[in-house]
Write a protein that binds this ligand. Structure first.
Ligand code: ATP
Length: 436
């Protein structure tokens, strides 16, 4: 249970981002006043907005704006047989070694040499360590009451295949999407929120007719790669990496990787999981999880394409990519859809009725956007404070507002200013944030 201090992050840019997150209420160590809990993080007032905006962007782009995907929300605790059928009880392990001298623990396959990287001591033999957290349902710790905190959201979708398909009257190809927490007892949580023990996933299981699977795999690979770019991540910081060694259930698998300060690392995996999962659950539950194709007049088990993304890893990538230090300011160039605060609203002076007018604008705009009112300090400093948290637009009420009803609209990235009538603000801002 050690608290990650900024100095634990080798890269200077990461240190700055970690410290900005702490200072501005984006991300804190979990249980901070008790020294933190390794692998767990809390999102503060601005972080929770950023993370919600990312999840909402994913949900809108993957579910509500499509005709062929529906959502669901399964429980975190599931029947223990689920994890036997999925292979997690047997296979979801990492090889663990201990240093005999300093007692530090490592994932065996992450070590370059056969000795402790911290003290050079001798290592124990590797033994397999299951990454699932166990807990007990009911008051008595007895056999049969052991359940797991789900290590992925996907299985909650597979076990509901029939419930969802029949109630939504869905026809192939169609997808079921879910966003939710997952838990993994990672041996070595590290790189800030990148590898945590509690995290959130955004997963889609897209069911297709066998034979159409390769085409849909390519479709989702390209769509998911594009999604990060559409939300502002620079193309040169993203790449697709096809797996050459495949898990036993997969026919193809590709990772979307981001160029983090600690190296290229996985943001999302897209896999062709064939009919493995539905077949397994059919066998273990004895329930029919296949599909009647009315056109072909036959029953078969669909294949599934799975894009599986991490909310926390995406949040970190969006932060890293947006971060820039300029001569006079630190700025987060977050996409307006993702920015935790969309509009900063200021009176130029704390007199002449300007605060009242600015507050009236705040009250009007807050029904449409996340806004922040600020009247403290010089206006230049107020702009800097908003730049640092990625607020894309600021509005200032000044002397001219009293004469003609216009305010200054200042753009974060260009720092250009224009005058807009206060009655037009909602329309103008909506277009700037969400597009035409
Ligand atoms: P890794 O190889 O980095 O451990 P994985 O291949 O095991 O990841 P998946 O099982 O494919 O990951 O999970 C899908 C997504 O869930 C990942 O792409 C990642 O975004 C997220 N994820 C997985 N493990 C963690 C973790 N420990 N902390 C934060 N996010 C995670």
């Amino acid at each position: 249970m050690s608290k990650k201090k900024p100095s634990d992050f080798s890269d200077a840019k990461m240190e700055k981002i970690v410290s900005l997150c702490k200072r501005r209420g984006i991300i804190f160590p979990s249980s901070d006043i008790y020294g933190g809990l390794n692998g767990c993080w809390d999102y503060g007032p601005l972080g929770v907005e950023l993370k919600r905006n990312i999840k909402e962007a994913w949900w809108k782009d993957t579910v509500t704006s499509r005709d062929d995907v529906v959502g669901q929300d399964a429980s975190i605790l599931m029947h223990p047989r689920v994890w036997e059928a999925s292979g997690h009880v047997q296979e979801f392990t990492d090889p663990l070694v201990d240093c005999k001298k300093c007692k530090h623990r490592f994932k065996a396959d992450s070590l370059e040499e056969d000795k402790c990287p911290d003290c050079g001591g001798e290592l124990t033999e590797a033994r397999n360590f299951n990454l699932m957290f166990k807990t007990t349902v009911g008051p008595v710790e007895e056999e049969g009451a052991t359940v797991y905190l789900r290590p992925e959201t996907a299985q909650g979708i597979f076990v509901n295949f029939d419930n969802v398909q029949t109630t939504a009257r869905a026809k192939l190809p169609f997808g079921i999407a879910q966003v939710g927490k997952a838990f993994r007892n990672e041996i070595n949580p590290r790189n800030f929120t990148f590898r945590s023990r509690e995290f959130e996933q955004m997963e889609l299981e897209f069911f297709v007719t066998p034979g159409d699977d390769e085409q849909w795999y390519e479709y989702w690979r390209d769509a998911r790669f594009q999604w990060y770019q559409d939300l502002g991540i620079k193309k040169e910081n993203l790449k697709l990496v096809e797996h050459t060694e495949l898990a036993h259930y997969a026919k193809a698998c590709v990772d979307v990787e981001y160029n983090f300060p600690f190296g290229w690392s996985e943001l999302e995996g897209v896999a062709n999981r064939t009919d493995f999962d539905l077949k397994q659950h059919m066998e273990f539950s004895g329930k029919r999880l296949n599909y009647f194709d009315e056109v072909r007049k036959e029953r078969y088990i669909p294949y599934v394409i799975e894009p599986s993304a991490g909310v926390d890893r995406s949040t970190l990538a969006f932060l890293v990519d947006a971060y820039e230090e300029e001569e006079e300011r630190t700025v987060l160039h977050l996409h307006p859809r993702l920015a935790p605060v969309k509009v900063g609203i200021f009176p130029l002076l704390r007199k002449l009725g300007q605060p009242e007018r600015a507050m009236a604008i705040r009250d009007r705009l807050k029904r449409h956007f996340a806004v922040q009112y600020d009247q403290a300090g010089a206006v230049g400093r107020r702009y800097r404070r908003q730049d640092e948290i990625g607020t894309p637009f600021c509005i200032t009420v000044d002397h001219q507002t009293a004469d003609d009803g216009t305010v200054t609209l200042r753009h974060r990235d260009s720092m250009d200013q224009e005058r807009v009538h206060e009655d037009e603000l909602v329309t103008v801002l909506r277009e700037l944030i969400f597009g035409k």
